[in-house]
Design a binder for this molecule. Structure first.
Ligand code: UD1
Ligand code: PEP
Length: 422
């Protein structure tokens, strides 16, 4: 199993290219199921989750191709395919639930294993099921599979008014895709507003969908009979960018994050600036300068445009070395502090009480062997290791590879002493 060996203490300097977003590319790949015409994506990140999604689409009978250096991928979903997502292919990836809406909308049936993904909470899909049922689908769960179909004689899903019990990102994406081919109007209340939703909606509009209100909490979709192919560039990964911002802030130094979108990182940039780092939106990217001691920041995770749960662990790593006490409150997932125990192996002083972690800042971390437990936990351990004295081994980095595009190469180019051991 691959691991990372990191010798801490180098400040980071230079330029890094931010890849396309995992959480935008994955739903966009699923949207290919909505049309028989080819979908061409560019700026698709090189990630395990993307490879897994490709295998899943291949398994169903979608023709997939990669081309060029710019992360080009093409997909063609024929009129007849196998609408089944087996456990083996979906167990590591939450986004696999996103085939459900498109399959139902175009083929009228689907058999999809309950999805996996980061083990950061129980992560049910009850809202997905309820919303699609409101659109007329019949869905039962049996032996870990969602079995979905349309009632006899019904050819299309029907537009509905859907108001979810909580804001759900993939739930919103499933309804958005399903509603594009439904009969009549669908209104999504309490919709997620993440930039990845907006990017998906913009791509669907390019495919012929009629959508308004994306980027707000009320999205209106008027169903059409058919969608067509298109070419789309995947939006830059705000979480990868945020991770590099925290890494540079923690180690000190200066870096330009090419393609990063400051407008998608408001809450994270505000906290970094309050901590004392300089963060500037520039033409083509974001620059960060960090020198001298930073001040630890308390924060709570909330839905976009609030502080992202996917940045909680990385910012906690920064709070370890910044000065002063801080509290970190996780409101989205009930079990997203698994990095805390591993950070303690590096000498961190953190106590947790339910969803609140209290962090003692200004700590001298020292290298140790730690274990990655989930995707962003892995990234936070890498950041902590970059500032720890001596050598740290981060084990089980297959979690990191799920969602970061060659992270160690990018960090090495910025001056980090980091290597992968197979
Ligand atoms: C592939 C992808 O885009 N993953 C992101 C997506 O995950 P994901 O879409 O799984 O997260 P959701 O927004 O759905 O989850 C938000 C909360 O709602 C709960 N919930 C959700 C659906 C449901 O049917 N029932 C239910 O109870 C979840 O357990 C969680 O507590 O948004 C999360 C929150 O920003 C991010 O951390 C993930 O990186
Ligand atoms: C939790 C995450 O991913 P997933 O939803 O794919 O498990 C993440 O990207 O931080």
């Amino acid at each position: 199993m691959d691991k990372l060996l990191i010798r801490g203490g180098q400040s980071l300097q230079g330029e890094v290219l931010i890849s396309g977003a995992k959480n935008a590319a994955l739903p966009q790949m699923c949207a290919t199921l909505l049309t028989a015409q080819p979908l061409h994506l560019v700026n698709v990140p090189r990630l395990h989750d993307v490879a897994t999604m490709r295998r899943l689409l291949d398994h169903m009978g979608v023709a997939t191709e990669t081309h060029g250096e710019r992360g080009g991928m093409s997909f063609t979903a024929p009129d007849t395919l196998n609408p089944e997502a087996p456990y083996e292919l979906v167990k590591t990836m939450r986004a696999s639930v996103l085939v459900l809406g498109p399959l139902l909308a175009r083929f009228g049936r689907a058999k999809v294993s309950l999805p996996g993904g980061c083990a950061i909470g129980s992560r049910p899909v009850d809202q997905h099921i309820k919303g699609l049922q409101a659109m007329g689908a019949e869905i039962t769960v049996d032996h870990g599979y969602m079995l979905a179909s349309l009632p006899l004689g019904q050819k299309r899903l029907r537009g509905a008014h859907i108001s979810t019990d909580m804001v759900t990102v993939t739930g919103t994406e499933n309804f958005l895709m399903a509603a594009c081919l439904a009969e009549g109007r669908t209104v999504l209340e309490n919709a997620a507003m993440e930039p990845e939703i907006t990017d998906l909606a913009e791509m669907l509009i390019r495919m012929g969908a009629k959508i308004t209100g994306h980027g707000t909490s009320r999205i209106v979709i008027d169903g059409v009979e058919q969608l067509h192919g298109c070419e789309h560039q995947v939006v830059a990964d705000r979480i990868e960018a945020g991770t590099f911002l925290c890494a540079v802030a923690a180690t000190g130094g200066e870096a330009f994050l090419r393609n990063a979108r400051a407008d998608h990182l408001g809450a994270v940039i505000d906290k970094l600036q309050e901590a004392g780092a300089q963060v500037l939106a520039e033409e083509g990217g974001v620059r960060i300068r960090s020198e001298g001691p930073l001040k630890a920041q308390s924060f709570r995770t909330t839905e976009y445009p609030g502080f992202p749960t996917d940045m909680q662990a990385q910012f906690m790593a920064l709070n370890l070395v910044a000065e002063g006490p801080s509290t970190v409150t996780e409101t989205i997932f009930e079990n997203r502090f698994m990095h805390v125990n591993e950070m303690r192996r590096l000498g961190a002083q953190i106590s947790t009480d339910g969803r609140v972690a209290s962090v003692t800042g200004g700590q001298r971390l020292t290298g140790a062997t730690v274990m990655a437990t989930d995707l962003r936990a892995s990234a936070s351990l890498v950041i902590a290791a970059l500032v720890a004295k001596g050598e740290t081994t981060v084990e089980r980095i297959y979690h990191l590879d799920r969602g970061y595009d060659r992270m160690e190469d990018k960090l090495r180019a910025l001056g980090a002493d980091i290597k992968r051991l197979a």
